[in-house]
Design a protein around this ligand. Sequence first.
Ligand code: NAD
Length: 495
Amino acid sequence: MIKVLDYPMRIGGEACPAATGEWIDTAYPFTRKTWARIPRGTAVDAAAAVGAAVQAFERPDWAGLTPSARGKLLHRLADLFEARAEEFARLEVMDNGKRITEMLGQMRRIPDWYRYFAGLADKVEGAVLSNENQAVLNITRPAPLGVVVCITPWNSPLLLAAYKLAPALAAGCTVVLKPSEFTSVSSVVFADLFAEAGFPPGVVNVVTGYGDEIGAALVSDPRIAKVSFTGGDVGGRAVYKLAAEHFHEVALELGGKSPNIVFPDADLDNAANGVLAGIFAATGQTCIAGSRLLVHRDIHDDLVERIVSKSKGIRMGDPLDAATQMAPVATEAQYQKILEYIDIAKAEGATCVLGGKAGQGAECGDGLFIEPTIFTGVTNDMRIAREEVFGPILSVIPFDSEDEAITIANDTDYGLAAGLWTQDLSRAVRLSERLKTGTVWVNIYRAVSYTSPFGGIKQSGIGRENGKKAIEEFFAPKSIWFNTAPTVANPFEMT
Ligand code: NAD
């Protein structure tokens, strides 16, 4: 019998159950057994959390800190997090079922986000502006926006929270974080590190519950300044509409249907590894999954053979076992959705050359496993090529020329990322310009860094996270005018 643990929300530095007293069960995707409960927060809890963040934003123990002092707090937070990286990795594996090696890798990198933005906190500057009236001094000062609502999905909860919290806090904003209802535990535990690092209560609040309940209530609160949302396009659209009601600033990081494009002059073994990393490494549960493989017809069979042969050896199993190479998918709904897409692809006439079914071996236990699946003979008008599956399903689409590759790559509602595999430098430069995406990787896939802007165009979202400019998204420049002339002219007397 597993002991089920309760993880209350953190509002104003206090641990709180939901006002209604209701809880949501959290299951380990490998066993499907409940191991934790999180509060089912509603509008009442949303209002309390926003209230705590509004108060903290105004209080001198936060508002009165210099930018350098905020940077020091963030450095302390990074140190505390680093010391507990393994604990957080295990919590995330229990929540979303991703591999321990992947989550440990993420946790070990998260402190870099907080340190990078800690360093930027005191480097955001205003300006002295030129003015036609020499008696006037006009300056701008960066003013922190206010309360930021940060909403995260289930695939990488703390990493995606770091994209938002690190710049928001460095800028002097306060935060209400709402993680996915499937993966809230790590964020709730993380909230306690802020108190330990010396952040005043209410600067970071973590609430839990369903998107259309507490999530929507947070976004609808007129007291907030900005919503920073990462998730799917359905949730993103709902959030965008709600935020518009109150003219809140919005950043949306949404889904993708990213092409990985391989030319005959590529190192095919490297390309095969890049394709695998793009689609199977996180069981396909990543917004930047390279779910469309666009391959030149001359090397189609060769590349597919290499990918199939490497994929056959992928070891499924308990995500807490470091030897596991592919983990289960995170939720029952996601599992059913992926199986449906496999049926859709088959019905559309694609050829399944690997997998195409649930993983049922002994190593899969009761887990929500889908075998690594590859479809050839896909055309770009098929649903399997157009819709985000968010699972380990690769669609292979052949092309004959550069122009055709670019046309297919750009013929999508999404625009998050693309991979290019070629040894020809001029082709790499030429095509990276023509790809309509926020990121292009050449001879590498799935690289992200706190130093590099990340985000999408079209239905992949609005705005950019990471990189130096990300901190500016949490400021509003205030223009201040000083008159130094001894007299102010009477407006009704012409001079
Ligand atoms: P989701 O949209 O279902 O949920 C994301 C978050 O939004 C959750 O916390 C959810 O509770 C909340 N939410 C949902 N509806 C809401 C509403 N009406 N109001 C307020 N909050 C609401 O997404 P998911 O299934 O958790 O995550 C998978 C999706 O996230 C995929 O589409 C993936 O591509 C995307 N994603 C994007 C990025 C990126 O950086 N672009 C990164 C990771 C994941």
